[in-house]
Design a protein around this ligand. Structure first.
Ligand SMILES: *Cc1c(COP(=O)(O)O)cnc(C)c1O
Length: 409
């Protein structure tokens, strides 16, 4: 055991090499955790059944709601986004229920696999990994379901594997236009805090989020925002649930407590993150992300490389997924070899291609605690690494990003 500790320190210092400045963590989550949040977390853990914690929890449970755009309850779990996915399903559905899911990327596919494991019957509608979820296709499918066998529509707001953001308001309109009672469950794990989300206005029933992406925190907290309709449905939903059960947690939350031990220090972090969002103003946070996304798009286009997201209106404010150009023998240049060079030479971590995009795509995260010069630094690292890796591209990408930023400064 004693030997593990120095090794862990070594692993850290290899990314924060002395004299080389900070590591650039440009994967689309976990995102860079601002010092303010690290300092807020770095306080003694207190009694989670005591008055000090109670006051903090009551404040956080209230002030987290505007991040989702809701006046209703938000449930916080020690766990990751995957746990909060499970919570959304097990609280609202019964064994054998049909759920409509959209095959639009890696995470949508994983959520469907989880639904199958839980004993649900996901119907996976074929989608493209190059565009957002098609609301018209959902409307058409729901209109055919005259028996209302489909109990929920599950969509990913920001597909982190492709860098594409889907129009959730349009999905709600599609459900309503089909006069269908299905619940709308939305994975906004990588978008919350970076992309506008209007839970109440869009008529979302459960929103799933986690701490380590747009919320700027370390991993370890999963969140569910819950509508009145979802709460009603949960009273008769029959999937087994224990740790994830909303009712016990919401009951304890009324007094500022949890049934089991909450992640006290991450709750300090969330309180700080909420303060930071409020100081900047959520509208400005969202505008900042869109601006960085547009500059990144200008950069990649100037390199002459292809962006996975074909429709600029759907380009994620959180990340940009870039296709590697064709190499020899009909195969694309190796995205992972390129990422390894970027890490080794410039101390920058880029996101890998996931499932069917593995090796063919790299992803640039531009979310969370981020500014113009951090973006230019990150893009410069990518441009230099493209050169070193021998990936064909045109010069001038970073220049184009700087022009894009200066124009809107
Ligand atoms: C990261 C991510 C997940 C998985 O969340 P974990 O915190 O890794 O469990 C699910 N969906 C989306 C869209 C994500 O970006």
């Amino acid at each position: 055991m004693q030997r593990d500790f120095p090794q862990a320190i070594n692993a850290r210092s290899s990314l924060n090499r002395v004299g080389q400045g900070r590591h650039f963590l440009q994967i689309p989550g976990p995102s860079n955790v601002p010092d303010r949040i690290l300092r807020a977390i770095d306080f003694p853990t207190i009694d989670h059944r005591g008055p000090e914690f109670q006051a903090l929890a009551l404040r956080v449970l209230e002030s987290v709601r505007p991040l989702f755009g809701t006046s209703g309850p938000v449930v916080l779990y020690p766990g990751s986004g995957t746990g909060a996915w499970e919570a959304a399903l097990v609280n609202t559905l019964s064994p054998g229920d049909e759920v409509l899911m959209l095959e639009a990327g890696h995470f949508a596919t994983l959520w469907a696999r989880m639904a199958t494991r839980l004993g649900l019957k996901p119907e996976m509608m074929q989608g493209s990994w190059r565009e957002g979820v098609r609301a018209d296709v959902i409307a058409e499918r729901l209109k055919k379901d005259s028996q209302h066998a489909i109990k929920a529509v599950c969509v990913v707001h920001n597909e982190t594997s492709t860098g594409i953001t889907s129009d959730i308001a349009a999905v709600r309109k599609a459900i309503d236009s089909a006069k269908h009672p299905a619940l709308l469950l939305v994975d906004t794990i990588s978008a919350l805090g970076s992309v506008e989300f209007k839970f109440d206005e869009w008529g979302v029933d459960v929103a799933v989020a986690s701490s380590q992406k747009g919320l700027m925190m370390p991993p370890g907290m999963g969140l569910n925002a819950v509508s009145q309709k979802a709460l009603e449905v949960s009273k008769t939903a029959k999937l087994p649930r224990a740790f994830w059960a909303w009712d016990d947690i919401l009951e304890a939350n009324k007094k500022g407590f949890w049934p089991s031990t909450p992640n006290t220090n991450l709750i300090y972090g969330l309180a700080e993150a909420i303060d930071m969002f409020n100081e900047e103003g959520l509208d400005r946070v969202f505008a900042r992300h869109k601006r960085h996304s547009a500059a990144t798009r200008a950069c990649v286009e100037a390199w002459g490389l292809e962006i996975v997201c074909q429709n600029p209106a759907e380009h994620s404010p959180v990340l940009t997924a870039v296709m590697m150009p064709e190499g020899t023998g009909g195969k694309s240049h190796d995205a992972d070899a390129f990422r390894a060079i970027a890490l080794e030479k410039f101390n920058i971590s880029l996101g890998m291609g996931l499932s069917k995009l593995a090796g063919k795509v790299f992803r640039i995260g531009h979310l969370g605690d981020f500014n113009d010069l951090s973006l230019i630094g990150a893009l410069s690292g990518v441009e230099m690494a493209l050169g070193l890796a021998g990936v064909p591209h045109k010069a001038g990408g970073v220049q184009a990003a700087m022009q894009s930023l200066a124009k809107t400064a």
